[in-house]
Write a protein that binds this ligand. Structure first.
Ligand SMILES: [Zn+2]
Length: 197
């Protein structure tokens, strides 16, 4: 039995079948590196059990163990209970990468902020100018409308006045006509009376 075929961790976690346990114990007894590995696992378990959080996944030892191996993430991927820790680790790595990547990205961020501020300033300026133009147009329109209304009112007044005058003329004419007709009638009546006598 060589070190490569021995699963000290499985033994430590009690995952080895009884048939394999005795042969492993025999190997560990004669192999210093496997004995040290087992001692290390025992130490780690003691440390983990001393933590307040008793829900720490048992296989967290594997995760911390394999981190510096080239394919450590594959081990974590296969290890279900460690996935929570793996996700946390990946998140931590992402945050770390982000933190280191940030100073490089900062000039772009600043220019973006500046652009946004300039954009906002332009928007505000344009808004103010549009408002002023609209206000001016409205006041001009109002002035024009007032002027127009005044003109229309004036014209209407004049029209009414001239209408009144022409109406008066018609009335006066009618009155004169009536007077003339009455006078003619009176003459006729007088003539008839005189003829009848
Ligand atoms: Zn060994």
């Amino acid at each position: 039995m060589s070190c490569t075929t021995v699963d000290v961790k499985a033994y430590f976690l009690g995952e080895l079948p009884a048939s394999e346990r005795s042969s492993l114990e025999g190997h560990v007894h004669g192999c210093q590196s496997c004995r040290e590995e087992l001692e290390r696992l025992n130490l780690m378990q003691t440390a983990l059990l001393s933590l307040e959080d008793q829900d720490v996944p048992q296989r967290i030892a594997f995760v911390s163990d394999k981190v510096f191996e080239p394919r450590w993430w594959q081990t974590m991927w296969r290890s279900g209970p460690a996935m929570g820790f793996a996700s946390a680790l990946m998140l931590a790595a992402a945050i770390l990468v982000h933190t280191y990547a940030r100073p490089v990205a900062q000039p772009a961020t600043i220019s973006t902020v500046d652009t946004a501020q300039i954009d906002e300033r332009i928007q505000r300026e344009v808004g103010a100018r549009v408002d002023a133009a609209v206000a001016k147009a409205v006041s001009q329109t109002e002035a024009r409308q007032t002027e127009q209304i005044a003109r229309v009112l004036d014209a209407a007044e004049k029209r009414i006045e001239s209408q009144r005058r022409s109406d008066m003329a018609v009335v006066q004419q009618a009155a004169r006509l009536y007077e003339q007709q009455t006078a003619r009638l009176m003459v006729a009546v007088n003539n008839d009376q005189r003829a009848g006598q």
